[in-house]
Design a protein around this ligand. Structure first.
Ligand SMILES: Cc1ncc(COP(=O)(O)O)c(C=O)c1O
Length: 397
């Protein structure tokens, strides 16, 4: 490590709050699916800012749009209409089962909006209760509502009292869900592929049964597509792979290619829950973020990105399965499109650290999974490079 890197990392650990276990690397710039640190070392990027840099780094169209929009108008508040916000909302509505979009700035905020909308809708419909059921091993963010909805004790420690009225069921287990649903249930919220919980895809029959349960009991179904959305599954929304549409979905991460943004989408029916004054966000849907979002959605829908995700996703699965056949420490290969993981029997942190040292950025998920969420523009050659590094690392265990 250079003296410059060493100094920067030391200063960082002094002045930036201690909420992340960071690796001692300071990244400087990127291009496509590669990143470079301040010493000039190159990395193949299979983190993509944790499923955020959907078009990779330094995408020409995205950079041009952001620069032009910044010069024109960065922000003006939601007291007024703006073209980029309306365009992005319309693109999302046109390519989904939803009718209305609320913009915010992150995944947690989008889920917070969804939780509020569900309870408001229940009151509007004179439903008896306002309980919301979420899944064990889920992850929905760090604000109080979202962290309560997150079905993992480790994220709840020391935060009591949590938001009342949230109950948990086992994922991919319809009987577990049925045993928690009662007349007080107003909504069920889940990921289509559990991300932070360890890359666990929903089973199709399960999602179909959940939809049926919601329909029969007048319960709103919310899919948190913060990580699975925006093309990562090979479709714009992962629910489209399953053919099971929720009433509400949330997006964030990849939606503006790295510019902070969140969105909550709802059918006209569910959206009745909100009236002017019920929910708001100063920055939400600002011109800069939504202009960036229009480029991302346009590229995904009209420039071959979905096809690339399907093709390279299948290639990545094949290569990871080849490694599974080679190394007993790989127990499972899971995921969909460009959201995949290997479940391993050796410490994930050690594998991630060694990958970084060898020029591959990867991130853990759950307690025993190494996750692969590269930019959606990843090529076969870049996958080969990543697999070669991973192969060399796994050899050492
Ligand atoms: C499924 C899911 N929901 C919500 C969030 C929270 O998003 P944010 O960190 O933007 O608040 C995440 C982040 O990892 C996520 O994976």
């Amino acid at each position: 490590m250079s003296e410059k890197m060493d100094k920067l990392v030391k200063l960082g650990s002094d002045v930036v709050m201690n909420t992340y276990t960071r690796y001692p690397v300071a990244l400087d710039h990127g291009d496509g699916a590669y990143m470079w640190d301040i010493d000039g070392k190159k990395y193949v990027d299979f983190v993509g800012g944790i499923a955020v840099n959907s078009l990779g780094c330094n995408n020409e169209k995205l950079v041009k749009k952001i620069s032009e929009q910044a010069a024109k108008l960065i922000h003006c508040s939601n007291l007024y209409y703006t073209e980029p916000q309306i365009q992005l909302a319309n693109m999302l509505v046109q390519n989904s089962d939803f009718d209305k979009v609320f913009f915010c700035n992150s995944g947690a905020e989008a889920n917070e909006a969804a939780l509020k909308l569900c309870r408001k809708y229940a009151k509007l419909k004179n439903k008896k209760g306002s309980d919301i059921i979420t899944m064990i091993k889920s992850f929905h963010g760090r604000t109080y509502g979202a962290v309560t909805a997150t079905g993992q004790d480790k994220y709840h420690k020391g935060l009591d009292p949590l938001l009342p009225g949230i109950k948990y069921a086992e994922y991919n287990n319809i009987e577990s869900l049925k045993s928690v649903v009662d007349e007080n249930t107003c909504a069920i919220m889940m990921e289509v592929i559990q991300g932070e919980g360890g890359i666990i895809p929903a089973e199709k029959e399960y999602l179909q049964a959940v939809r049926k349960l919601c329909d029969e009991n007048d319960i709103l179904l919310v899919f948190d597509e913060v990580q699975t959305g925006v093309g990562r599954s090979g479709e714009l929304f992962a629910y489209q792979v399953y053919g099971v549409a929720p009433d509400i979905a949330t997006l964030a991460k990849g939606l503006a290619g790295g510019v902070p943004i969140g969105a909550m989408l709802a059918t006209d029916n569910a959206a009745q829950g909100f009236n002017p004054g019920d929910h708001a966000s100063t920055f939400g849907g600002n011109s800069l973020a939504t202009a960036a979002g229009t480029v991302v959605i346009d590229e995904i829908m009209n420039n071959g990105i979905l096809e690339n995700v399907k093709k390279q996703g299948a290639y990545l699965t094949q290569k990871l399965n080849e490694l599974k056949n080679k190394y007993e420490i790989i127990k499972n290969v899971r995921g969909m499109g460009l959201m995949q993981g290997i479940q391993i029997t050796v410490p994930v942190g050690e594998v991630v650290k060694k990958c970084i040292e060898n020029g591959l950025l990867v991130v853990g998920a759950g307690s025993d999974v190494v996750r692969f969420v590269p930019p959606l523009i990843i090529s076969e050659k870049e996958i080969d490079e990543a697999i070669e590094i991973l192969d060399n690392v796994l050899k050492q265990f």
